[in-house]
Design a protein around this ligand. Sequence first.
Ligand SMILES: *[C@@H]1O[C@H](CO)[C@@H](O)[C@H](O)[C@H]1NC(C)=O
Ligand SMILES: *[C@@H]1O[C@H](CO)[C@@H](O)[C@H](O)[C@H]1NC(C)=O
Ligand SMILES: *[C@@H]1O[C@H](CO)[C@@H](O)[C@H](O)[C@H]1NC(C)=O
Ligand SMILES: *[C@@H]1O[C@H](CO)[C@@H](O)[C@H](O)[C@H]1NC(C)=O
Length: 504
Amino acid sequence: MVPKGHSCVKITLMNSFTVFLIIVNSVRCANILGVFISPLFIHQIIYHSLCRELSLRGHQETVITPFPFDDPTLTNLTEISIEFVHEIMKRRNTSTYFSKDFGIWQTSHDIFDSIDSIAETILNSTKLQELIDDPNRKFDLIVMELLHPVLFGFAARFGAPSIGISTGPLFSYNIAFFLWCKFYYQWVFLPRGHGMATKYFGKVPYVGDLEKNLSLYFTGVNSIIPSQEPRTSAIVEIGAIHIQPPKPLPEDLQKILDEASAGFVYVNLGSNNIDQKLRTIITEVLRELPYTVLWKWESDRLPGKPSNVVIRNWVPQQDVLAHCNIKAFVTQGNIQAVQEAISREVPLIGIPFINDQVFTVQKIVDLGIAERVDPATTTKSELKGVIIHVVETQRYRDRIKEVRSIMFDKPMSGLETVIWWSEYVMRHKDIKHLTSPVFESSWDSYFNDVVAPFLDVELQKPLIIPFDLFPEEGVLLARPFRAGLKTTHLVQLQVQPPPPYLAR
Ligand SMILES: *[C@@H]1O[C@H](CO)[C@@H](O)[C@H](O)[C@H]1NC(C)=O
Ligand SMILES: *[C@@H]1O[C@H](CO)[C@@H](O)[C@H](O)[C@H]1NC(C)=O
Ligand SMILES: *[C@@H]1O[C@H](CO)[C@@H](O)[C@H](O)[C@H]1NC(C)=O
Ligand SMILES: *[C@@H]1O[C@H](CO)[C@@H](O)[C@H](O)[C@H]1NC(C)=O
């Protein structure tokens, strides 16, 4: 038990910016445009860190975001709020996004359609029209979320080099779905995106060509949770850039966690995941735990809430994970959350719901810092046993210390990497030397290089992975191609036997 206040912090993050000496200073006070339109906060948390640091570095930033900072100390950062995109998502029926009951056509169609609608609404807004039409606006760099190809219109409009960013993995294990979406993207989505670009930006080169002109690609995936993703020189890993030094907790939460004399377990399983059966199991298990439980729960009410369970619909997660009484973190296996847990040395219990979570959770189990529970089949006694085992076994805590020290042992921190590469692009403008020749390949050679070998491999082996993946992957599908990866990479990935956890 900790007597008072926020002295109870396990790990302080050394801010390596204090020792960040950069020799090349030629890019100072550049004008940077950030375009981040995704209405999911889980993605925006990475973009926020990136924008904050670039502005603190002295660059003038204009950021289009649905989650404004509203931080007056960031004097070099101007925000164009597009909070109205949240309304679009509320109005849409998103039931097909997350359910396996809908076919691949329906799912991909609905998701691409939502993204279209978001992009159109944003570009049609007065604020964005003013930005696009302002003849005095100049940008030296555009950093954009890779969500909709129409956004490449900004690069054309301002004649600036561009960097793409995304937070999740590059690959889906489901290569069939992957290729399906590649086709959809190429033949349906890109042409539609080009039509939209012409409407809002005027005459621009084909957005598919603008996309190939992307200078770099930042990925939020950190190699400590090793994916078997191949990389080209144009793919830069920025890792856990969203992790901040611990801050004081809100007073009431601080008090509850300080008083958790037997320790506490933190539960966050996302918002769309839990059906009633699973909720009942989890609630009953939490009731029987000899610890306090903090559960990030989206609603104010939890039927049958046990007395040792505290629910909050908003939790300062990184700061809770830094509290010294924490014993374990029950997570669905989102990459950013896992990175936060590693940085605070908190062992995990993974309950993954969708494909990339399954993958991430298996990786942390292999690393020896977590145990996995299958949400579809778990029972009360299993879940309870696993949580208690992870809390009571020292091995997980020892191992996560080692993993953490590897994760942060890098020549440059994630933020230094972001700044260095952003300025690199601005210094040299043309960095085609990093680009893979695959960018230049025609559709024919794409077929010969990608599709044919894929079919070849696919026909020779019994690897069929069911279509149980997060449909968002469909949207992000074109990623490896944008980043200039080659078929052989895909094929390599594909000929490996499927990990046992995917062969359900
Ligand atoms: C804003 O940028 C200037 C240089 O352009 C820099 O000197 C100043 O420290 C920056 N301010 C903040 C709060 O980042
Ligand atoms: C959402 O769409 C699905 C599939 O088209 C349909 O079954 C469901 O009834 C819809 N829900 C609402 C609230 O409109
Ligand atoms: C664009 O905005 C105008 C009003 O500002 C509205 O009349 C029009 O319907 C909008 N178009 C689209 C495609 O949203
Ligand atoms: C590609 O980007 C460079 C700047 O990075 C620019 O000079 C060139 O015009 C762009 N090409 C196309 C087709 O947009």
